[in-house]
Write a protein that binds this ligand. Sequence first.
Ligand SMILES: [Zn+2]
Length: 169
Amino acid sequence: MTPDILYGESRERPYAERRAAADIFMPESVITDIAAHADRGLEEDREVMGLLLGRIYTDDAGEYAVVKGIVTSKLESDRVMVRFDRDGMGELVDAIDDMPEDTDIVGWYHSHLGYGCFMSDTDVKTQDGLFGGACGFALVIDPKRKEIAVFDSTPGSPDVARMVILEED
Ligand SMILES: [Zn+2]
C-alpha cells in the first residue's frame, strides 16, 4: 500500500546548529493548514492525511527536521482510516516535483477523530514503511479533542518527538 515514491533516498544532510532542543521545527502557518484540513475532514466525518515537506539537517546532537509546508492529494478515508487514493498519486508526485530540489519528505500527518493522538499498529507500519528508521516524523492531530502529537521513526515503536512551533517573521 505504501507507494515507493515515498521512500526517502539517503543523502548527505546539511550541517546547521538547531535553534532549540527539539527534533522538529514547525511554522505556525503549517500547523494552521493541518488543523484546517483536519477540521474539514471532521465535518465530513473523515480522517485526513498529507505529507510534511521541508529539510532534514544534522548537527552535533543528530538529525532534525525543519518543516516548510504540506502537500496532500485525493484521499480514500472514513472515520477510522485514511490513505492516499490511487488516482491521487499522480497529483501528489506532481506537487512534490514542483518543490525546490533540496526539499525532503520529512514526515506525514493524519487525523484521529476523537480517539486521541497515538500511533496505531497501522500508523507504525506506515511510519516504518516511509522512513525505515531514517529521520522522519508522524504528526497525529485530533480535531475533536484539539490535540496534536508528533512521533519519531524508531522502528516498531515510535517515540514522542519534541516539536517547536516557529512564529512567522
Ligand atoms: Zn492513526
